[in-house]
Design a protein around this ligand. Structure first.
Ligand code: 13P
Ligand code: SF4
Length: 346
């Protein structure tokens, strides 16, 4: 891997990055500095050069680091937005800075593309909570029920479902499914939030759930919300629907990463409590330097395995573990569930 740029090019790139990241927290106590940007600059220059040379597109989930999201990504977004980008792209190579199920979904949607994930096999506590056999057993106990799977699931699980959903469309899709009972896997906390929202909408359904949860969002407690409100009386608090229902009930907005970002954008409040992963806090800091974001805790170690260094590796000479392959029969069955999601989201 040769990374050779002049000092002038590196300095210009460092200043470009600093313009984007200067208001962003690197840790809870420190912001990105010009020195940090100078270190990142040779890598972002080379990634952006190689991207053009190889006709590659970089999709970055908002939970990855801001050096990826703002330094090299062509598109940033939530699981649904990035799936759509993977479907529509004309690039030859998709680099998916995210976790494995996201890159796997991109490969299923667009199988002729080379799909690479910088982080290699970066899991997700939800996707890893359920195998295809587990779902087959659950379906056997409840024959004939419609089955929805959260996109945070493996291809083997998706292959056995009627439709896939994301945090942004789960309520609307579940509402459109006929009948008053359905199986929803693998997030038991989102299943509770789903049941409550369907009840609130006047279309209640019994939800049969499995036992998975997100190891980041399942840690928030009602006390987390109470402490934030006590400390910042005018705070508006947002949460992801992977959080426990007792927490969601106390928040001002609950929704996908895209939905939380839109809430912050529209709100006239100055201070926001973010019950979600640090990467979204970083995005909000970059996009709303005039607002204050309070983040109690929550980091996804799987997402953070994506770095500029392994992104450059994936582009220059991908390691075998960075390339996504899906068994064609499984992919074909999973594709139907994902296509159903696109159809029902229109
Ligand atoms: P979003 O689709 O809302 O971005 O969620 C993905 C995720 O993994 C949340 O933990
Ligand atoms: Fe999975 Fe949670 Fe990480 Fe999202 S934040 S990728 S649900 S472990």
């Amino acid at each position: 891997m040769s990374v050779s740029f002049t000092q002038e090019q590196i300095s210009q790139e460092a200043h470009r990055l600093y313009g984007l990241l200067g208001s962003v927290s690197k840790t809870k106590a420190a912001k990105w500095t010009l020195q940090d940007c100078q270190e990142a600059a040779p890598l972002t220059l080379e990634i952006n050069r190689l991207k053009k040379e190889k006709n590659a597109v970089i999709l970055a989930h908002s939970y990855t680091g801001p050096e990826l999201v703002y330094g090299v990504a062509d598109f940033r977004g939530d699981s649904y937005e990035l799936s759509l980008k993977a479907k529509e792209t004309s690039a030859d190579i998709i680099i998916f800075a995210g976790v494995w199920f996201m890159a796997e979904t991109a490969k299923i949607i667009n199988p002729s593309k080379q799909v690479l994930i910088p982080a290699g096999h970066a899991g997700c506590s939800l996707a890893d909570s359920m195998t295809g056999e587990d779902l087959a057993r659950l379906k056997a106990k409840h024959p004939g029920l419609p089955v929805l799977c959260y996109i945070n699931s493996t291809a083997d699980v998706k292959a056995q479902c009627d439709a896939c959903v994301t945090s942004g469309n789960v309520y609307d899709i579940a509402q459109k499914i006929p009948g008053n009972e359905l199986i929803f896997v693998p997030d038991m906390l989102m299943a509770q939030n789903l049941a409550a929202e369907l009840e609130r909408r006047g279309t209640p359904k019994k939800i049969i759930a499995s036992g998975g949860s997100c190891c980041v969002h399942d840690k928030y407690r009602p006390e987390t919300v109470e402490q934030l409100r006590a400390q910042y009386p005018d705070i508006q608090i947002v949460a992801h629907p992977e959080c426990p229902i007792e927490v969601c009930r106390l928040c001002d907005y609950v929704g996908s990463t895209k939905g939380m970002a839109a809430f912050v954008e529209k709100s006239s409040a100055r201070t926001f409590g973010m019950l979600t992963e640090f990467g979204l806090v970083n995005r909000m800091e970059a996009e709303h330097p005039d607002k204050t974001f309070v983040w109690p805790f929550g980091t996804c170690s799987y997402m953070k395995r994506n770095t500029l260094t392994n992104t450059l590796q994936a582009l220059a000479a991908p390691l075998p573990g960075q390339e996504v392959h899906v068994d064609p029969a499984t992919a074909a069955a999973a594709y139907k569930a994902i296509e159903k999601m696109f159809e029902l989201t229109k």
